[in-house]
Write a protein that binds this ligand. Sequence first.
Ligand SMILES: NC(=O)c1ccc[n+]([C@@H]2O[C@H](COP(=O)([O-])OP(=O)(O)OC[C@H]3O[C@@H](n4cnc5c(N)ncnc54)[C@H](O)[C@@H]3O)[C@@H](O)[C@H]2O)c1
Ligand SMILES: CCCCC/C=C\C=C\[C@H](O)C/C=C\C/C=C\CCCC(=O)O
Length: 136
Amino acid sequence: MSTQNGGRGGHIINVASIAGLLSSIPAAPMYAASKHGVVALSRCLGHAMHYKRHGVRVNALCPSFTDTDIINVTEDSMGKDYWMVPKTFEKLGGLLPVSTVVEGFLQLVEDDTQNGAVMRVTLAKGIDYKQYREDL
Ligand SMILES: NC(=O)c1ccc[n+]([C@@H]2O[C@H](COP(=O)([O-])OP(=O)(O)OC[C@H]3O[C@@H](n4cnc5c(N)ncnc54)[C@H](O)[C@@H]3O)[C@@H](O)[C@H]2O)c1
Ligand SMILES: CCCCC/C=C\C=C\[C@H](O)C/C=C\C/C=C\CCCC(=O)O
């Protein structure tokens, strides 16, 4: 894919999570840490410096709780804090439909001005971008 290797460039959209932006998810420390890592990796590789070398855009997509199988956690799959998952999304007003996340994904595909950006998808605010200070 890299133009440096004779490829045509491209676009990588990493599926992170809103868990990769929140300061703490006590019920799922490894999940939160891995998603923070995905956000950081996407922002680094989405820098103009890498785009110049490889011609590959990189974004992170950060949805909140969405109506897929992953939210059907059990004590066996997640440990004794599993009950916090439905409690949290019920408090938020429910689950995002998959179609809203797909809408965000397609927006990223179509908008080539957002290299390195981190998109959030939540019930409360819909689709938006996390704002970062450019010098940090
Ligand atoms: N559903 C949500 O609430 C939500 C919100 C934010 C981000 N995400 C992220 O979206 C992505 C997709 O999840 P989803 O919501 O579609 O859930 P899902 O359960 O429908 O899909 C997860 C898929 O990953 C596969 N999988 C699990 N472990 C694997 C492994 N070790 N190797 C290869 N495949 C493996 C499963 O078989 C399944 O097909 C995940 O990265 C998840 O963290 C989900
Ligand atoms: C509690 C984490 C469980 C991890 C695995 C199960 C489902 C994963 C879901 C998503 O990645 C979202 C994870 C955590 C979101 C927590 C709070 C969201 C609050 C933000 C908001 O929607 O406004």
